[in-house]
Design a protein around this ligand. Sequence first.
Ligand code: FE
Length: 184
Amino acid sequence: MLVGNAKFDAFLGRIADVLKEADGDESQVIERGREILSDLVAVDDWLPPAFSEAHPEHFKQYMLHKEPRFTVLCVVWGPGQSAIPHDHTVWGLIGQLRGAERTRNYEDPVPGQPLKLRSEEVLRPGETSVVAPSVGDVHDVENAIDGVSISIHVYGGDLSSLADRRHRYDAKSGEAIPFITSYY
Ligand code: FE
């Protein structure tokens, strides 16, 4: 147990139950998983300090849970930190635990054309967002406050093993950039 508290363990159990009950129905996983993640990030009283340290130069990812069916990451953003547009290739749920993050969601990229903005949102504590090939998989993220922001991410796979099929994108040219994932 990386996190080792009852609240997080209960969350993992609820996600595992949903995956089992949904039996491959991704829309059900997203809908019910989002409710469960909302509950987890509604009260900021469970994340151990070891997983809440920002890196001085770039956003930092901490793996909180990993199993074949899903992974849970904690992403910590220092002031001014951001991530360029990227895809995920599996469903992903994002729950804001602390601070605020601005996310721009883009239409599916067309090679050689600038990315087209689909929607923009600022996530605040307790709020959730979704990425998935079925609902829109490309977004960028930036810390929206002059302090540390933290979000909890649940993915239907291990992103570190998907690096060779994921992409980052230049927003202006639409050009795909090979993805390199590391957990810093
Ligand atoms: Fe993302």
